[in-house]
Design a protein around this ligand. Structure first.
Ligand code: SAH
Length: 219
């Protein structure tokens, strides 16, 4: 209801959000905040996205049940689960192993069979695994902020006609000035780009997180 009053009209998006219990994706100590429209810490300096932002990003992706979607930045898996209610298949990449493990547990617990998750560097796109490529993707969603522009590897893995939604921070890294952008791939190397809204995301960082980045306990 809150999202509806904030202008989210897409009934499919609202239904998908309604069907994913957000408290499962938040540490127990903070679960009383699960149904507030705020981002909440999930440990390792990361956050679960704010519901209104999940709703806007999901809507902007214009997903159909024929689509194969790639997500960069699984976190504990909330956005991936919302996507899984709308898309044919969801592929999602997280660079922190402990968060990847929690996300997998959440997908299992909720019985979602159309999500494939890996721990890797999403800035490089979905890797070839056992000789099998999943790219190109119909839709790509990046849930951490790229600096200057999104990684070229991700635009490469987008289907022609496909849409990518990504938060982009200015080159100087000012996290307060991020803009959520929509990229539509018009041909192999041309894109139309538009601004959706100002946002605040954690940064997109290269490489899998090292052990010492993972030792801080999950809240
Ligand atoms: N989609 C999540 C939001 C998680 S916050 C949700 O639904 O709540 C963004 C996540 O992006 C963090 O967990 C962070 O570790 C991850 N991340 C940052 N850079 C990354 C990269 N290069 N590859 C994969 N994940 C990355």
């Amino acid at each position: 209801m809150d999202l509806r009053t904030k202008g989210v009209q897409d009934i499919n998006v609202l239904n998908a959000i309604e069907r994913v219990p957000r408290h499962h994706f938040i540490p127990d100590a903070l679960s009383d905040q699960a149904y507030e429209d705020i981002a909440v810490p999930i440990g390792l300096g990361q956050t679960i996205s704010q519901p209104i932002v999940v709703a806007k990003m999901t809507g902007a992706l214009e997903i159909s049940d024929r689509h194969k979607v790639l997500e960069i930045g699984t976190g504990t898996g909330y956005q991936a689960c919302v996507l899984s209610k709308l898309a044919r298949r969801v592929y999602t990449i997280e660079r922190h192993k402990p968060l990847h493990v929690i996300a997998e547990q959440n997908f299992d617990m909720l019985g979602l069979r159309n999500i494939t998750a890996i721990c890797a560097d999403g800035m490089r796109g979905w890797p070839r695994i056992h000789g099998i490529d999943q790219a190109p993707f119909d839709r790509i969603i990046v849930t951490a902020a790229a600096r200057g522009k999104p990684p070229a590897a991700l635009l490469d893995q987008l289907h022609i006609g496909g849409i990518m939604i990504a938060p982009v921070a200015p080159d100087n890294g000012d996290a307060g000035a991020q803009m959520l952008k929509r990229y539509k791939k018009e041909s192999q190397d041309t894109y139309s780009i538009s601004d959706i809204m100002p946002v605040r995301f954690v940064p997109l960082l290269p490489d899998i997180a090292k052990e010492d980045e993972n030792v801080r306990e999950i809240a």
